[in-house]
Design a protein around this ligand. Structure first.
Ligand code: SAM
Length: 358
């Protein structure tokens, strides 16, 4: 172990932290740019003054000007001091606008301020233990649905469902499908529209998310999908044996109170020729295995300030988002699955996909 103080190392680390401070601030401004529609507006405009941009986005000029200042020094927006104009180059718009989905990284920027809203509660948990319940995260389901709306929905038919060969044909003929921890039900409503001969059920703890999902299903005139608010912590005992041919979970196991009970229930609820398709965070169970993870710091932070804590708030296991493949494979095996395949998909650097069969 080196004991001498390395001044160069200290200086480099100070610079790294300064960059982190600026980038943290950039995330807040990126979230605002997304929520106010400023990126979408600027992407459609030539170079313009703050007043013109504010008018086009229907926002207050003074705020827009300050935001443009942050965006300019962060090199997101280009500024011409001669004409006092600002421009969002198309190369940057390509990962900042709603039109750029699934490459819209600005949508993910929302997680940083969202986590900030519970910082006081998290600090208290560091001292006293326990967790922060879902209800404290006022915008969670909205942001999560936007996240999976980008990372799951566009890839569902052509990339995710084909991971289980023959599944699309079975869905077309008509099967029973359950989505566990379905959130606002976006994936289920989409599949219900594609496959009218199949029947779809969604379970989630959140009454609010279920109400949203039902509203959307009604708006789309879907008669083959139902949603029920349900705490699945006892799903190992309450699942109806053999009721479903396909069960899916999208990012919904690691923050459960009782992940083993949920997956055991999923196993029980599957028909003998059924399939369980699980999307969950791709990572190693071991910290040293995540040193080069492209989203490692973000995912451990989201885990600590959301996924782990919401589980602990339910008196749960607090597995956390970075539970990793090793623990996932062990869990699926302990739940009674006979075969488990792991896949990665090129569109999704955050998750891996497990295809589990009884
Ligand atoms: C990370 S979100 C994923 C939501 C959705 N699958 C998506 O991809 O948008 C996890 C979901 O699990 C649900 N959940 C957490 N604990 C639960 C429990 N004990 N029983 C049922 N659902 C639970 C949450 O309400 C949340 O909607």
């Amino acid at each position: 172990m080196q004991t001498q103080f390395d001044a160069n190392k200290a200086e480099a680390f100070g610079e790294r932290l300064l960059t982190a401070l600026n980038d943290g601030a950039l995330c807040l401004m990126t979230s605002i740019g997304h929520r106010t529609g400023l990126f979408d507006t600027m992407a459609e405009m030539p170079a313009a003054s703050p007043a013109e941009i504010a008018q086009a986005a229907n926002l207050r000029e003074r705020y827009v000007r300050e935001w443009l200042g942050a965006m300019t020094v962060a090199r997101v927006v280009e500024h011409d001091p001669q004409t006092r104009s600002y421009r969002l180059p198309p190369e940057h718009a390509a990962c900042l606008t709603r039109a750029a989905a699934p490459n819209n990284l600005a949508a993910f920027g929302q997680y940083i301020p969202l986590l900030g809203t519970v910082e006081d509660d998290i600090v208290a948990c560091f001292r006293d233990g326990g967790g922060v319940p879902y209800e404290r995260f006022t915008r969670f389901h909205e942001v999560m649905a936007e996240d999976s709306g980008q990372s799951v929905l566009p890839a569902l038919r052509d990339h995710i469902l084909p991971l289980a060969p023959g599944l699309i044909e079975r869905l077309e003929r008509g099967i029973a499908v359950l989505d566990v921890g379905c959130g606002r039900g976006k994936a289920l409503n989409l599949m219900a529209g594609w496959f009218p001969n199949s029947r779809f059920v969604g379970y989630d703890l959140s009454e609010e998310a279920m109400a949203y999902a039902r509203r959307e299903a009604a708006e789309r005139g879907l008669g083959n999908v139902t949603f029920a608010a349900r705490d699945l912590s006892d799903f190992d005992r309450t699942a109806e044996p053999g009721r479903f041919d396909l069960v899916t979970t999208f990012d919904a196991i690691h923050d459960q109170a009782r992940p083993l009970a949920v997956v055991t229930g999923i196993r029980r609820s599957l028909a003998t020729d059924g399939v369980y398709l699980a999307q969950d965070i791709n990572g190693s169970t071991h910290v040293h295995g995540n040193l080069d993870h492209p989203m490692g710091t973000l995912l451990y932070t989201v885990s600590c300030m959301h996924c782990m804590t919401v589980s602990l708030a339910q008196g749960g296991d607090g597995l956390g988002a970075m539970w990793g493949r090793e623990q996932a494979l062990d869990l699926f095996q302990r739940a009674g699955f006979g075969t488990v395949e792991v896949h990665e998909l090129p569109h999704d650097i955050q998750n891996c996909y497990y295809v589990c069969r009884p």
